[in-house]
Design a binder for this molecule. Structure first.
Ligand code: SF4
Length: 442
């Protein structure tokens, strides 16, 4: 066993963008405890970050790889020329690994494989993207804390205070770290996502040399630049949501809105003190669907709220029949210690709440099943979550992790969690779809 920290030689070629990539790889190497060697001879392994922009650059890169092989013998190739792996391997069959541009994760993986990192109990336990509790291919991106509303059934504002948004630059930096660490789907969360930036009066923040407003549309647009799915959760139907629909229609972010509506009867929404209670939700949903036909709408509702009459409940059923939402959760009202709604008159008996919940779910299950059935025969991209010998579980743009359904892919396909795969829908169940990969060779 070597008595020194593992040492990496590093050759950086090409443009400033490549230089930044080199800096990031070097930063990561240093933070993991690798030393950087100024000479080939002193290095245990050499990384060559190549350029492949023009023929002369390809030649220079191939020469640099040859030189590193002659002088050191153990070489990992990354950067722009990495996309032409065949060309690199034809010229230099002995390179240890070839990875592409902006692919820090793959290059770090190759380094770890051929030269394991030293263990540093202080530095190596916390990766730059922080400690994540989700599977490594998706992550929740929290954009604010607290809430300015005072819904009568909720005590979150009492516990967490008023809305405090995180500055846009900070959120985007975290998103970038996550994507660089291999995250394929960012789930934007908060108590009230549409209100992002309200507390800061949409103050501008510096991001990559530009001043950008701390506002949901601007944030969503920037997040959409990353090679990852972007899914917005807990979006209240404020008028500003209209601005997000074009981003969804253009494929910038996922055409998915998780919008907790809670009820459809005005007196109940008023008693709940819901934000956006007066908005004409049905009309707007129709408009959004015209603009973005693939839009998936998820919502949650509470039945049996104090004072809910048969008529209020009927209005709710009429609403869900007309709105034909894709995914719906329904809870019976239950008092939370400290919530204002506890003091409201006309609390309903538990049996009635349960009965309404069952009736609600019977209506919605039919709608959800019909909507899933309409997808049979369609082709779509899915993200693989889990792989078993006999099947893989994936999700489409219409499915948020944990709360929505799955796309089940039977058979022993060569898939891995985090893969994006194009599939054809072959069947549907109550909540899930069944699919097979589309053979791109055909
Ligand atoms: S339910 Fe949501 S919007 Fe209403 S107070 Fe609680 S956190 Fe805020």
């Amino acid at each position: 066993m070597s008595d020194h920290s593992p040492r990496i030689g590093f050759v950086s070629l090409g443009c400033p963008k490549n230089l930044v990539d080199s800096e990031r790889i070097l930063t990561q190497l240093r933070s993991e405890g690798y030393e950087i060697s100024p000479s080939y001879q002193g290095a245990d392994l050499v990384v060559v970050n190549t350029c492949g922009f023009i023929d002369a650059a390809v030649e220079e890169s191939l020469d640099a790889i040859g030189e590193a092989l002659d002088e050191n013998g153990r070489v990992i190739v990354t950067g722009c020329l990495g996309v032409k792996e065949d060309e690199v391997r034809a010229a230099h069959p002995d390179v240890l690994a070839v990875t592409g541009p902006h692919d820090y994760e793959s290059v770090m993986h190759a380094v770890h494989l051929h030269l394991p990192a030293p263990h540093d109990p202080y530095a190596s336990l916390v990766p730059p993207q922080g400690v994540k509790l989700t599977p490594r291919h998706y992550a929740y991106l929290k954009i604010s804390e607290g809430c300015n509303h005072r819904c009568t059934f909720c005590i979150i504002p009492q516990m967490r205070g008023d809305l405090v948004s995180r500055p846009l630059g900070q959120v985007l930096q975290e998103a970038e770290n996550l994507v660089n660490a291999g995250v394929r789907e960012l789930l934007v969360v908060s108590q009230d996502t549409s209100a992002y930036g309200v507390d800061m009066k949409y103050r501008q923040d510096l991001w990559q040399g530009q001043l950008v407003k701390t506002r949901l549309r601007e944030l969503a647009q920037r997040l959409g630049d990353y090679q990852a799915w972007v899914r917005l959760m807990y979006v209240y139907p404020y008028p500003s949501v209209d601005e997000l629909i074009p981003l969804m229609a253009e494929g910038n972010i996922l055409p998915y809105l998780d919008m907790p509506l809670q009820h459809a009867s005005y007196p109940i929404l008023k008693a709940m003190q819901r934000p956006a209670a007066a908005e004409k939700v049905l009309e707007r949903i129709q408009r959004w669907r015209q603009e973005c036909p693939d839009l998936t709408l998820r919502s949650t509702f509470i039945v049996g709220f104090p004072g809910e009459t048969d008529d209020d409940f009927q209005q709710l059923l009429d609403f869900i029949r007309e709105a034909r939402l894709d995914r719906v959760g329904c809870f019976t009202y239950s008092p939370v210690k400290g919530a204002a709604a506890n003091a409201l008159p006309n609390q309903l008996p538990e049996a009635l709440k349960q009965e309404r919940q069952a009736r609600f779910m019977a209506v919605q299950s039919e709608i959800s099943a019909e909507k899933l059935q309409e997808k049979i025969g369609r082709e779509m991209i899915v993200l693989v979550d889990e792989v078993y010998p006999e099947l893989a579980l994936a999700r489409s743009a219409a499915d948020a992790p944990e709360i929505d359904g799955n796309v089940v892919i039977p058979g022993g396909w060569d898939l891995e969690p985090g893969d994006f795969v194009e599939v054809r829908i072959t069947g549907s169940k109550a909540h899930d779809l069944v699919a097979e990969p589309v053979d791109t060779e055909e």
